[in-house]
Design a protein around this ligand. Structure first.
Ligand code: IPE
Ligand code: IPE
Ligand code: MG
Length: 230
């Protein structure tokens, strides 16, 4: 790929298709999640290398609590493992870990692993890697409205709402990628996605490698973003 393409500053990904990836191979869905987690590792590294400033991935939605207990349990276990194993390397690579969502719904062990990772990488400046966990955009908006009311804000603007979202300290996503062929947002970053470019691919998340990521970046660089102008 050419080096001089326009890079998105913030890439948000809906990592979908782990279950189908496993099913295709006659394996349990949870195996798909394991391989999917390994892929996260790879894509974070690649974003660092490319100089992307913000990567935000959808790992667990508020609606995903509806899944069978065993699957939710495996996802939690993988999450703890990820934070415990990866934090040090992320720190060395200048990656700041960040979480959006209501993790108070998670067990104390899971919350501790997440909070430790955030704390240990808080001074990193190269890539902000945000994981959406127990995240739902509607719940995020309800939370924002409640806080705005509690704070008695008089002059409410679009910026006020942005400042009360979990994403208050990051730019809106320039590019939203969804894997696995589904073409919907599934309650992801509804307010922030107002002017995002969308990239949908049939590729399942565990197969979404550096080459697939480059395809998305290349497609993005060809888009003409008008933001309502001419
Ligand atoms: C995405 O893969 C990961 C999570 C939602 C946690 P899925 O588990 O949704 O995989 P499919 O969509 O069933 O294939
Ligand atoms: C969206 O995927 C959530 C994550 C990737 C974490 P889902 O698989 O849960 O979404 P739906 O159910 O297909 O809309
Ligand atoms: Mg899915």
């Amino acid at each position: 790929m050419e080096n001089n393409i326009i890079l998105p500053r913030h890439v948000a990904v809906i990592m979908d298709g782990n279950g189908r990836w496993a099913k295709k191979r006659g394996l349990p869905r949870t195996f798909g999640h394991k391989v999917g987690t390994e892929n996260v590792r790879k894509i974070v590294k690649y974003c660092s290398k490319k100089g992307i400033q913000y990567l935000t991935v959808y790992a667990f939605s508020t609606e995903n609590f509806k899944r069978p207990e065993e699957e939710v349990g495996t996802l939690m276990k993988l999450l703890v493992e990820y934070f415990n194993k990866e934090t040090e390397e992320l720190r060395q690579n200048g990656v700041r870990l960040n979480v959006i969502g209501d993790i108070s719904a998670f067990s104390p062990i899971v919350q501790k692993a997440i909070n430790d990772g955030i704390k240990k990488t808080k001074d990193c400046k190269d890539l902000v890697f945000t994981i959406a966990l127990a995240y739902g955009a509607r719940a995020e908006l309800v939370r924002a409205v409640k806080m705005i009311c509690n704070d008695n804000v008089k002059d409410i603007t679009e910026e006020t709402i942005s400042k009360y979202l979990y994403t208050f300290d990051m730019p809106d996503p320039d590019l939203i990628i969804r894997t696995s062929g589904e073409q919907r947002l599934s309650n992801y970053l509804l307010y922030q996605a107002a002017y995002s470019e969308f990239y949908f691919t049939d590729c399942l998340w565990p197969d979404f490698d550096e080459r697939e990521f480059d395809k998305a970046l290349e497609e993005y660089s060809k888009r003409n973003r008008r933001f309502g102008g001419v």
